[in-house]
Design a protein around this ligand. Structure first.
Ligand code: BTN
Length: 328
């Protein structure tokens, strides 16, 4: 769409871009450009127009609509974006859209969820606009047993994107298997759900909730949860963050698909792991024991070493892992 293309050009240009340049690049008349710029202004984009200089984008509306996200996207991985001002859960929507025939690479995104789902049947509180609630629909031709690793690559993509947006702050890490943490507190949750038929995968939905511009958490969770705003002291451009996450997810997904495991991503994942080489507490069937985290293996299992030097494999879903002094 011409409007999206204009936005992409403006987003990628610091200075003014003349009507002539835009019209040459997109092959449409200057009058058409002018009309599209006016409709963008009506949508809430602040675009400066100066005679003999052209147009400059000053700010975008803080919305996660398809138009806005597309203007930041630098990947062909995302095939479609379905936006809801309010929905029950983007995971539920993504599964329904999959059944209606939406392709792999469809991104479902909402400003607010009324029935946001967390792991282990918990509720994911999803108030309007301040955070990011999205689900990526994938239809991979992979073995069912390999699908759980998709959650690990999503955690990698989110960590990488946050590091890219806040390069001076180095403390964004992964708490195995897939919580993204900043300063020891959880900033993001991932819920991956799969639909299978016999032993074939119909679809995988990777649901991602990122605490972006949340200004306040209730006391019960403020010890373990934080937001990008609370950690870095500035509002984040949510659409840009979504686009960067999807860019990296697409890259990691491609690498993962070659082997259907973590072998091509092992070193990078381990470099993001918060508790690597640290003592952690493993909670298994109500029993707790301590060991040193050594990093993950090709299957995404966490390798730990006990005090007598024995190495063990910890499988996600069966145990829970904590730092010995707190959440990480
Ligand atoms: C967790 O418990 O850590 C996982 C939380 C996952 C929340 C996200 S928000 C977008 C997507 N839709 C949902 O209903 N849940 C996931």
């Amino acid at each position: 769409m011409i409007r999206d293309d204009i936005l992409t050009l403006l987003n990628n240009t610091e200075d003014f871009l003349s009507g002539q340049e835009i019209s040459e690049k997109l092959g449409v008349s200057r009058t058409a450009i002018w009309k599209h710029i006016n409709s963008l202004k009506n949508m809430g984009y602040d675009i400066e127009s100066v005679n003999n200089k052209g147009y400059r984008l000053l700010s975008s509306p803080d919305l996660l609509t398809a138009d806005v996200i597309k203007s930041y996207l630098k990947t062909g991985f995302i095939k479609d974006i379905c936006y809801y001002p309010k929905t029950d859960s983007t995971n539920i929507r993504a599964k329904a859209l999959s059944a209606e025939g939406k392709p792999s690479g469809t991104l479902v995104i909402a400003e607010e969820q009324t029935a946001g789902k967390g792991r282990r049947g918990r509720v994911w509180i999803s108030p309007p606009k301040e955070s990011i609630y999205m689900s990526l629909l994938l239809k991979p031709d992979i073995d069912v047993l390999n699908a759980s690793m998709l959650t690990l690559i999503a955690a990698m993509a989110i960590t990488k994107a946050i590091k890219e947006l806040f390069p001076k702050n180095k403390d964004c890490c992964i708490k195995w298997p897939n919580d993204v943490v900043v300063g020891g507190k959880k900033i993001c949750g991932i819920l991956t759900e799969m639909t299978t038929e016999a032993d074939y995968i119909k679809d995988v939905v990777i649901g991602i909730g990122i605490n972006a511009n949340t200004k306040h958490f209730d006391t019960e969770i403020s010890d373990i949860a934080t937001s990008l705003y609370l950690s870095y002291g500035t509002n984040v451009n949510r659409a840009e963050l979504v686009a960067i996450v999807m860019h990296h997810l697409g890259r990691y997904y491609e690498i993962y698909l070659k082997t259907q495991d973590m072998s091509g991503l092992l070193d990078e994942y381990n470099s993001m792991l918060v508790n690597i080489n640290r003592e952690i507490m493993i909670i298994e069937n109500n029993k707790e024991w301590h060991a040193k985290a050594m990093g993950i293996n090709d299957r995404g299992a966490l390798i730990v070493e006990t005090s007598d030097g024995t190495r063990k494999e910890i499988i996600s879903g069966e145990v829970s892992v904590r730092g010995i002094y707190g959440y990480v």
